[in-house]
Write a protein that binds this ligand. Structure first.
Ligand SMILES: *Cc1c(COP(=O)(O)O)cnc(C)c1O
Length: 391
């Protein structure tokens, strides 16, 4: 197997060595339960406190507003269900057609339980029109749940504007900031948002730990009832992983002034080169506003799933613009919502860069990708006829 060329940081990130160092003591001698009164437990509680401050600092809020839990998906489910519990008579939810499955699957389930869901459309650049959000709000609206940064395209939603609308209409707002955190500056103290989902494993910390920001003025109902997290999330805290999350948040904050710009330069060189050298190639999602690390590209005439297998032989990891479920390949709902045809969505790949990505990685990717795309095109049943480029 060739050296790993990991360009899938939106799926998950490698553990930062400093994060690993920070968490190890809590898997060894520091194994106490943070709820225990003796010093072994109190030390664990102190570690949670520090981690809470570190995560709060990353998103510009007070530590008391951070509730630790198991993942970004739990955070999203808790936020939406919390908002619904506030006012059980309101049974309308507003979200978008390009959300992460954590939101999509919950809303699809709630639709079967009598909730009305408005799936706001996006334009061909993946952008949301705030006027459409405003128009969708009714007296029945219980919650608005939207992404900050799209995990497939990196497109950023206008959260300031969305928050202003939610404030004016007095509707609780949940924002899924799992991909935005650490990649763009976030200052929740300056925004009217009630709930914000975060996940550690997109930030160079381990999987299975996340957090929910709950605005101190927001109503809240726990998903898991128990005494921990001041009764906001039951279950003994995963101390080592939470410490890792805290350290990762601290590192992300120190890297924020420089790392995203370095990554943006790598991403832009990668993207411009492929767009100009591969016939018919195009980008999904507007160039701006967009995360600095994500590039979602369509190479007409290829099957992305096959490309992933060939890339894998060379050590290159990225994602397809499609998801394999029950044996059939479904084109990405995000891309089809942007007006990309099903065939083009099946020919789309997402590359996402990270802190460990180097210029040499980009050079290697720029050698592998055009070669594999040419190979796949030449092997098509049509016998490698020229690629039809639709305007
Ligand atoms: C990864 C991701 C999630 C889910 O986080 P988990 O911790 O894996 O449950 C939610 N939203 C977005 C945008 C993500 O990228």
């Amino acid at each position: 197997m060739s050296d790993l060329l990991y360009l899938d940081h939106n799926a998950t990130t490698p553990l930062d060595p400093a994060v690993r160092e920070a968490m190890l003591p809590w898997l060894e001698n520091g194994f106490g339960n943070p709820s225990s009164v003796y010093s072994l437990g109190r030390r664990a509680a102190e570690a949670l406190k520090e981690a809470r401050s570190q995560v709060a600092a990353l998103v510009g809020t007070d530590p008391s507003e951070i509730v630790f839990n198991s993942c970004g998906t739990e955070a999203t489910n808790t936020a939406i269900l919390s908002a619904l519990a506030i006012d059980p008579d309101r049974r309308h939810i507003i979200t978008s057609t390009v959300e992460h499955s954590a939101t999509v699957k919950l809303c699809e389930y709630l639709a079967t339980r009598g909730y009305e869901i408005t799936w706001l459309p996006v334009d061909k650049e993946g952008l949301l029109d705030p006027a459409k959000l405003e128009a969708a709000i009714t007296p029945e609206t219980a919650v608005i749940s939207l992404l900050w940064a799209n995990n497939e395209t990196g497109v950023l939603f206008p959260i300031e504007r969305i928050a202003a609308i939610a404030l004016e209409k007095k509707i609780p707002l949940h924002v899924d900031a799992v991909q935005a955190a650490g990649k763009v500056p976030i200052d929740l103290s300056a925004l009217n948002v009630q709930y914000v989902s975060l996940s550690a494993h997109k930030l160079y910390a381990p999987k299975g730990v996340g957090g929910l920001y709950v605005n101190k003025r927001a109503r809240y109902t726990p998903l898991l009832r128990g005494s921990q997290e001041e009764t906001r999330r039951g279950g003994t805290q995963n101390v080592a992983s939470i410490v890792a999350f805290g350290k990762a948040a601290e590192l992300a904050l120190t890297h924020l002034p420089s790392s995203p710009e370095r990554i943006r330069a790598l991403r832009d060189r990668f993207e411009t080169t492929l767009l100009s050298s591969i016939e018919g190639a195009r980008r999904n999602g507007g160039a701006y506003p967009r995360l600095p690390n994500t590039s979602n590209l369509t190479f007409p005439g290829i099957e992305a799933e096959t490309a992933l297998l060939l890339f894998d032989k060379e050590g290159l990891c990225c994602s397809a613009g499609s998801a394999c479920s029950s044996g059939s390949i479904n084109p990405s709902h995000v891309l089809t919502a942007m007006g990309v045809s099903r065939d083009e969505a099946r020919a789309s790949l997402r590359f996402s860069f990270g802190r460990t990505t180097t210029e040499a990685d980009v050079d290697r990717a720029l050698e592998i990708i055009p070669r594999i795309v040419a190979k796949l095109r030449a092997e098509r049943p049509s016998g490698g006829s020229p690629v039809a480029i639709k305007s």
